[in-house]
Design a binder for this molecule. Structure first.
Ligand SMILES: Cc1cc2nc3c(=O)[nH]c(=O)nc-3n(C[C@H](O)[C@H](O)[C@H](O)COP(=O)(O)OP(=O)(O)OC[C@H]3O[C@@H](n4cnc5c(N)ncnc54)[C@H](O)[C@@H]3O)c2cc1C
Length: 463
């Protein structure tokens, strides 16, 4: 790639261009199973750099793959057919902070939690909080429309993006804003997984920190009873700010690693947060406590102070890492089912993993019906890899059969592109492909993602 490399170095300087094999290897994977080697990795410092990279890559016939922190779980940031990776690690600043209008303009490489840290002294926070918020980037969150524990009440990323600066497939800049007349292009960009444009800055909504926050833990002897309690809470018209479930495999791993104070003798634990005005929060918590007790909770414990709340949340958000004590690798499935079907879904997850000989742990956003079975395995053992793929596939089909869908929040990427045909018709996919082709007719932006391959792929190519 001498021409590509020389042109990139000329435009960006040699410290912003990586082509050594050992450097490229670092960008070959995200948090999914499967990788792909880039031709070059670039580290832009500005929107102008991004424009230059896109133009050079296009001239050289190289695909363009944006990358935030690489925590994506569906192979989205992986250059499957090679190409130039744009890593946003150096574009990680808060550009403007507008306390009066409760908003901030950020660069895409800013880590999610750093925005809340930045806003805290003004009594504000950024609501979408994926469990990866300590490492994932806001650009990646926007491109995947990330969810998280608090999205039950605050909504996902799309509800918090006020406007975007985007570099298009020709290397030109355009901007979007919520109050634009006509089509809402801000929402179209959110969740488009780097296939419609490259986000180079974003105006994000900030919210006022609540007056009061309470976090309680309910322990159940039976996972079905816990699932039914989740439905009952929402059916009663109560909307906690977060409603998370963990099974005994996960609580045991978390307790061994972090000592968060979860009851390890229970089959399932609900972590329930209420936030708002003190009076409302107290009333919601009392009503929830009554409901979970009616549904067979063996115990309820409220965190007494901020330190205890922090420990409970740290345990929940570190749950995936804690499974390292069980197996060297885990695969996270991401499906969504109607809340009322949680008991059937969890039973089916258990059955599929037992049938394939895989240990499964469940830690998920129960209030949203968003399941995340963690399938534990050893990547070095081909049989275990095959068993994990089979189990993941069965769980996917279960979600569809129960009236759910194939991704709750992680996106489609490379992993689930073929599964798109299970929920969309050829016409549906052709319509989506036409939208993509308006933005990127040459299909240079993150190719091989979202759209299915093979026969279906040919069918979705518009005339
Ligand atoms: C332990 C763990 C817990 C997780 N918990 C959650 C959770 O609770 N909720 C959730 O939604 N996800 C979760 N995830 C998945 C992942 O963290 C999210 O999908 C996150 O939004 C990805 O951000 P990233 O910066 O790592 O993006 P990457 O993985 O680098 O990229 C993700 C996608 O975004 C595109 N992209 C990145 N930056 C840009 C840009 N500037 N412009 C255009 N496209 C871009 C990439 O091309 C790719 O398609 C979790 C992952 C892990 C490992």
């Amino acid at each position: 790639m001498p021409v590509l490399r020389e042109r990139l170095i000329e435009a960006l300087g040699s410290d912003a261009v990586k082509t050594a094999p050992e450097d490229l290897a670092v960008y070959a994977f995200d948090a999914y199973l499967d990788g792909g080697r880039p031709s070059a990795v670039t580290l832009p410092r500005s929107t102008r750099d991004v424009c230059a990279i896109v133009k050079i890559a296009r001239d050289c016939g190289e695909p363009i793959v944006a990358r935030g922190a690489g925590t994506g779980l569906c192979g989205g940031a992986v250059p499957k057919v090679g190409g130039v990776v744009l890593s946003f690690a150096r574009m990680n600043r808060v550009l403007e902070f507008d306390e009066r209008h409760r908003r901030a303009r950020v660069q895409p490489g800013l880590v999610n939690l750093d925005l809340t840290r930045h806003a805290a002294s003004s009594g504000l926070f950024y609501a979408p909080d994926p469990s990866s918020q300590q490492i994932s980037s806001l650009g990646g969150n926007i491109a995947t429309n990330a969810g998280g524990p608090h999205c039950l009440s605050y909504g996902t990323t799309v509800n918090h993006v006020l406007g975007l600066e985007v570099v298009d497939a020709n290397g030109e800049v355009f901007t979007t804003a919520l109050d634009d007349a006509g089509y809402d292009l801000t929402a179209a960009m959110v969740g488009s997984e780097g296939t419609l444009g490259i986000v180079t800055s974003a105006w994000l909504r900030l919210l006022a920190l609540p007056e009061s926050v309470r976090v309680g833990v309910a322990a159940f002897d039976d996972i079905d009873a816990a699932s039914e309690a989740v439905s009952a809470i929402i059916a009663a018209g109560i909307l906690p700010t977060a409603l998370e479930m963990m099974d005994d495999v996960i609580t045991a791993a978390v307790e061994a690693a972090f000592h968060a104070g979860y009851p390890t003798e229970a089959a399932a634990v609900l972590l329930i947060e209420n936030a708002g005005f003190e009076e409302d929060v107290g009333a919601s918590e009392a009503a929830i406590q009554a409901i979970v007790t009616r549904h067979g909770a063996r115990s309820w414990r409220s965190a007494r102070n901020q330190a205890e709340r922090d420990v409970l949340w740290a345990g929940r958000k570190s749950a995936a890492g804690a499974t390292g004590r069980i197996a060297p690798n885990y695969y996270t499935q991401d499906v969504c089912v109607p809340r009322s079907r949680l008991p059937q879904a969890l039973r089916a997850v258990g059955a599929a993993s037992r049938a394939n000989g895989i240990t499964v742990g469940n830690v998920f956003h129960a209030g949203d019906g968003n399941l995340h079975p963690l399938l534990m395995y050893d990547r070095r053992d081909e049989k275990q890899v095959a068993a994990v793929v089979a189990t993941g596939n069965e769980i996917l089909q279960t979600a569809i059969d129960l009236g759910g869908t194939i991704s709750g929040e992680h996106g489609i990427g490379w992993e689930k592109r073929d599964a798109m045909t299970r929920i969309y018709s050829t016409d549906d996919l052709a319509t989506m492909a036409r939208v993509r082709d308006v933005f990127d007719p040459a299909r240079m932006l993150n190719p091989e993602k979202i759209f299915p391959r093979g026969v279906q792929c040919a069918e979705v190519v518009p005339p």
